[in-house]
Structure formats: C-alpha cells, structure tokens
Design a protein around this ligand. Structure first.
Ligand code: SAM
Length: 222
C-alpha cells in the first residue's frame, strides 16, 4: 500500500510540534540551569576569602539565597552593592525564581568592580546595578518589591525602611545586615532592631549565625 506524501507531511508537522520540539526544549532547560549553577558555584569557590570591601560572609549570602528560593521572590532590591558578593547570592536565587535584582552603590570604583564581578559570575542579566545615592534613589524607585536587603549606611537604616515599606508587597521580606538580637552590635543597628520590634505590621526575626540579619515579613492589613 502506498502512502501519499500529502498525508505524511501533516503527521510529521504534528509530531514535531507536539512531541519532538517540546522534548528538545525540556531537555535543554535543565542543562542551561546546570551550566549557570556550575559557573556561579565555581566563581564563588574561587573568590572565597577574597572579598575585602565590607562584603557579607558567604554564610549570610546563603541565608539570603535560601529566603528567596523558599518564598519564590522575584522583585528584589539591595541597598549597598559594594563589589557585589551579596548581590551574586541574591541574583543566583533570582535566576531560579525568574526574578531580577536592582542594587544601589554610591562608590564609583566599587560599582565598576561589582559590574565586572556580576558578569564574571554569569549573572549580569539578572541584575540592574545603579550608581547612585540610595538616600534619593530609594525614594524614586517605583517598586513593588518582594525582597529587600539593606546593607549600606547604618544610620540611615530606619529611613530606608520607611521609604521602601509602602513598596513592599504583603508577604514580602525586608532584611538588613549587621542587625542582631545580641547586645553590642553597634548603636545604630540596635536602634533599628528596637524600632522593628515595636512595629505591629511586620513580623521580625533575627538570624545571628553570621554578621546578623534581621528578617521582617510584611503582614497583611487586618
Ligand atoms: C557593607 S557594604 C555592602 C556590602 C555588600 N552588600 C556585599 O555584601 O557585597 C556597604 C556599601 O554601601 C555603600 N553605601 C553607603 N552609603 C550609601 C548610599 N547613601 N547610597 C548607596 N550606597 C551607599 C558603601 O559605599 C558600601 O560599598
């Protein structure tokens, strides 16, 4: 029995569209994720112990990474990029949730170094790095955000929080570095922690395992 060519072509097109192409696409996606993961992991391993510009320790970077993955956050803001160590951990998590990070640095040299580091780590596409005074830019940014990491000038922590809070989504998380439940962590951040604890509309915990990170979740309005 001879099969007509005109009958075979639609079958081939059907198979390609619904079976072969999807299988190819699905089998490539995990490969792309794995390639990026390997690149970032290798970069961070090679850079271990070399971060000198007031950067967070790797253990604190991992805390930020885990928070983003666990809550599937996508719209992140970092205040205080420095040379990008925490930004790399945040952006690495966002590369998995499909999100993006805006990060702000006032120092031009650190900003340039951060850009180079983001590129070398393979994460530049997930980061919108701004050279600016965060005192002004944080007010101007539209948001909304669902994850914030504050790690710039400590005396301004409360002002940053007040400016960002209205742009933080309910369920979103505001974290700040060098904030600890322990005493003697510095007057500025201790004041900020006491301020957070008094607020009824956020739920704050502190992770003291590294440099101290306050973790405040925005509660729904009752
Ligand atoms: C503790 S470091 C940030 C470290 C960074 N998060 C990391 O772990 O890689 C603080 C940074 O905030 C920057 N900074 C201080 N005041 C600022 C401001 N008003 N606007 C933007 N950046 C500021 C400093 O230049 C410094 O690089």
């Amino acid at each position: 029995m001879r099969i007509k060519k005109t009958c075979v072509y639609p079958v081939i097109i059907f198979l390609c569209l619904f079976f072969i192409f999807p299988v190819i696409l699905l089998s490539q996606e995990p490969t792309a994720i794995k390639i990026l993961d390997d690149k970032v992991r290798t970069y961070l391993e090679n850079r271990r112990g070399t971060w000198r510009e007031l950067n967070v320790p790797a253990s604190d970077g991992k805390i930020l990474y885990d928070l983003i993955i666990k809550n599937n956050y996508k719209k992140a803001l970092e205040i205080g990029t420095s040379t990008g160590h925490s930004g790399i951990w945040i952006a690495w998590a966002l590369s998995k949730t499909g999100g993006k990070l805006i990060t702000i640095e006032i120092d031009a040299e650190r900003y340039r170094e951060a850009l180079a580091n983001f590129k070398e780590a393979g994460l530049a596409n997930y980061i919108d790095a701004r050279l600016a005074d965060a005192h002004n830019l944080v007010k101007e940014l539209q948001g909304p955000f669902d994850f914030v990491f504050c790690d710039a000038d400590k005396e301004w922590y409360k002002n940053y929080f007040i400016d960002v809070y209205p742009k933080l989504e309910v369920g979103g998380c505001y974290t700040a570095h060098n904030v600890s439940a322990r005493r003697g962590m510095g007057r500025q951040t201790e004041q900020f922690y006491n301020y957070l604890k008094r607020l009824s509309y956020v739920e704050t915990a502190v992770n003291d395992s590294g440099g101290g990170i306050s973790i405040s979740y925005k509660r729904p309005i009752k």
